[in-house]
Ligand binder design. Structure first.
Ligand code: SF4
Length: 233
């Protein structure tokens, strides 16, 4: 099974069981509790000032993947233990049909395999907007981190700015996330993961203000220039 970001089986059945994917990674340990699958969808129409994932903004048909292929990859990488799936972007709710198919497929896998991983989703849309427009999608999630990123506000655990609540949405979500809803950001929570895949360096997690500039300066001081970065257009 090839990595889902590098193509492979593009067969799409039914016709709408696909989505545009920027990146998939396992294990992710900085966006929710435990060892998680991270799925970053491609395309975001919100455009928060200071977003560090500008590379996810443009819709890109070249990044279309079949959800069946994505699930096959998830099942393979999760063999060594899976606590959760984190869906981010990009803006997942800008692909409501694809997101619905993905969530249904994840939940079916979870129940058939008798697993207990939770499903956490990020969104830049306000909670009220999601409740009005996407109640059925919210019913498929265990926890949600909504609201746009605000550059002038400091980050909190797993969130880029303090206006973004952590909202448990299911009994499993309550069990896993209730203790973290108001948890202060500890020094050990300020972690970023680094992964090298396909000749690219991925930094995973929530950077503090100025972190990316500091990383660039540190790389430069060691003779490494970062030319194309996701935090600048
Ligand atoms: S922070 Fe998220 S919602 Fe805001 S522009 Fe970036 S990808 Fe979109």
């Amino acid at each position: 099974m090839p990595h889902p970001c590098r193509g492979g089986d593009k067969a799409v059945k039914p016709a709408n069981a696909h989505l545009q994917l920027n990146k998939a990674h396992f294990p992710v340990t900085v966006l929710g509790p435990g060892q998680r699958i991270g799925l970053w969808l491609q395309g975001c129409s919100i455009g928060c000032k200071g977003c560090v994932s500008v590379d996810t903004w443009e819709r890109d048909p070249q990044r279309t993947v079949a959800i069946s292929s994505l699930l096959t990859w998830c099942k393979q990488v999760a063999g060594s233990g899976l606590d959760g799936v984190t869906i981010s972007g990009g803006e997942p709710f800008d692909q409501p049909e694809g997101l619905r198919h993905l969530l249904q497929a994840l939940r079916l896998w979870r129940s058939q395999a008798r697993l207990d991983f939770d499903i956490l989703c990020y969104s830049g849309y306000p909670l009220k907007t999601l409740q009005q427009r996407h109640a059925r999608l919210l019913a498929l999630l265990d926890a949600l981190i909504p609201e746009p990123f605000i550059d002038s506000q400091s980050g909190v655990l797993w969130r880029g700015s303090s206006n973004q609540p952590l909202v448990p949405l299911s009994p499993l979500g309550q069990q896993r996330y209730a203790a973290f809803v108001c948890a202060p950001l500890q020094e050990e929570d300020k972690r970023m993961q680094v992964a090298v895949e396909g000749g690219r360096v991925w930094m995973i997690g929530i950077p503090a203000r100025g972190d990316m500039t500091r990383i660039e300066a540190l790389c430069r001081s060691r003779g490494l220039t970062l030319e194309q970065v996701s935090w600048r257009r």
